[in-house]
Design a protein around this ligand. Structure first.
Ligand SMILES: C[S@@+](CC[C@H](N)C(=O)[O-])C[C@H]1O[C@@H](n2cnc3c(N)ncnc32)[C@H](O)[C@@H]1O
Length: 224
């Protein structure tokens, strides 16, 4: 899923004094960044703080932070290799509105950013199906704890609706995920809505995206 970058800069980053270049390249992130950005530019607030969960290589963080300089982007991932890649992308992009990647595992009962809450947006792209259901539980619990009233939780990836796949390729992907790890698999929108109810989040919008993916936009209730 994440591949070593074959697009290294001609001058090694060490020579520029910013540490080793550990950027990794995700072909899917390169493909989906533009359509995701188009939706984010419509639904995100004009300014505020974004906590990204499961940032992977960090390519999304730098492209979204560059395109929306009024937002403060805080990427996170529990995988040290992902954080090393994200750090390299951030160093290379030289942006002032994206911070160093944080070590957040949504299954933990508290996260390292509790004292920085509330956040205006929480976003997690392609994470909940490549993690056990407990990660969805933890993600929504965290959103309930750490988002301000009216703030957004945005999920992107393949999802089922009422148990039905929207494409044969997604059904096959679901089977392949479960073969790799029985606790993985596509999540159903209705199940996520039920988690939202518990955490004070309402599904505001379901957006059909390229390649049979979907974007789910949850909003934190004012009285939650
Ligand atoms: C398929 S990658 C997606 C990366 C990136 N968001 C993208 O769309 O290209 C899934 C990411 O979720 C992270 N992840 C898995 N379990 C997690 C958990 N319990 N808490 C937070 N992140 C998790 C993984 O480390 C991985 O980087």
């Amino acid at each position: 899923m994440i591949e070593k970058s074959d697009d290294r800069p001609p001058v090694a980053l060490e020579q520029r004094g910013v540490g080793a270049d550990q950027r990794m390249f995700s072909p899917s992130a390169a493909r989906n960044a533009a359509p995701i950005l188009a939706i984010l530019q419509r639904v995100l607030p004009s300014s505020g703080s974004v906590l990204e969960i499961g940032c992977g290589t960090g390519e999304h963080a730098v492209s979204f932070a560059a395109a929306m300089p009024q937002l403060t982007w805080r990427p996170s991932d529990p995988d040290p290799d992902a954080r090393a890649s994200a750090s390299s992308w951030i160093s290379f992009a030289d942006l002032s509105n994206v911070s160093a990647p944080l070590d957040i595992d949504v299954c933990a009962s508290t996260w390292c950013v509790e004292q920085d809450a509330p956040f205006d947006v929480m976003i997690s792209l392609n994470m909940v199906h490549i993690a056990p259901w407990s990660a969805s539980l933890g993600l929504f619990a965290g959103a309930g704890r750490l988002l301000r009233a009216g703030a957004l939780l945005i999920l992107y990836g393949p999802f089922t609706r009422d148990g039905a796949h929207n494409a044969p390729s997604n059904a096959a992907f679901d089977v392949s995920l479960k073969a790799r790890n029985q606790s993985w698999g596509l999540r159903d929108i209705a199940d996520l809505e039920r988690l939202g109810e518990v955490s004070g989040l309402v599904l505001r919008e379901t957006i059909e995206m390229p390649a049979n993916n979907r974007m789910l936009v949850f909003a934190k209730r004012d009285n939650a």
